[in-house]
Design a protein around this ligand. Structure first.
Ligand SMILES: NC(=O)c1ccc[n+]([C@@H]2O[C@H](COP(=O)([O-])OP(=O)(O)OC[C@H]3O[C@@H](n4cnc5c(N)ncnc54)[C@H](O)[C@@H]3O)[C@@H](O)[C@H]2O)c1
Length: 193
């Protein structure tokens, strides 16, 4: 039990974060947007560096979480500001888009932020798709599965309002879920031996 946090980090949080970057096609020189500075997003920010990302931008509403990644050399975006995400990315990169982006938020976090009252549970994933350049890719690590405990019928059923019409022109590639090895093992999520 003494090592349980380390085990959780090594067996779930870090590999999950890395998987998101793989799905988003992060490679040397990529500009990367990380949505969410929770444990998983922070591991994504850390993993983007050895993958060679030229700029790692992390967005969140929590300044204390953003400070942690800023101390590790990431650019940060405070989403409480009344400035669209793409404008904030432009202020950092000189263009309003990144090569790849990963949603490390999930639908359960939609009650956070200025628009919390009427925020679409897919708010983060729509932001991330919007910020990804044409031909780029979006990894979705945040969980968007059906949630029987959610208040709205859409969330209970796992149907979300993706802004696909806006993204369509950019030939979006979006990958969610578990790593391929786990998918191949079936719904248990256990990797094949
Ligand atoms: N796919 C997998 O195998 C897997 C494994 C582990 C965790 N997860 C999921 O990853 C997600 C993140 O996990 P966590 O433990 O870091 O969660 P967390 O709740 O600690 O962190 C999520 C962060 O996202 C921020 N946030 C909310 N809306 C945002 C937005 N629009 N843009 C940017 N940031 C926003 C929140 O302020 C919060 O700091 C959860 O959905 C979790 O279930 C998936």
């Amino acid at each position: 039990m003494e090592k349980i946090r380390d085990l959780a980090l090594l067996s779930d949080i870090l590999p999950t974060a890395f998987h998101g970057l793989m799905e988003a096609g992060a490679k040397p020189g990529s500009t990367v947007y990380i949505a969410g500075a929770g444990p998983v997003g922070r591991c994504g920010a850390a993993a983007a560096r050895p993958l060679g990302a030229s700029c790692i931008i992390v967005g969140d509403y929590h300044q204390d979480r953003l400070d942690l990644v800023k101390n590790n050399g990431c650019e940060t975006i405070d989403l409480n500001q009344d400035v669209p995400l793409t404008d904030q990315i432009e202020a950092i990169l000189g263009e309003p888009m990144v090569d790849c982006a990963v949603d490390y938020v999930g639908s359960e976090a939609h009650g956070i932020g200025r628009e919390a009252e009427d925020m679409n549970p897919a708010y983060a994933i729509n932001q991330v798709m919007d910020a990804t350049r044409a031909g780029g890719a979006t990894g979705v690590i945040g969980v968007y599965g059906p949630n029987p405990l959610a208040s709205s019928k859409a969330e209970q059923e796992g149907t979300f309002s993706l802004d696909f019409g806006k993204a369509w022109i950019k030939s979006p590639r979006i990958t969610g879920g578990l790593p391929t090895s786990a998918r191949a093992a079936g719904s248990s999520g256990r990797a094949p031996l």
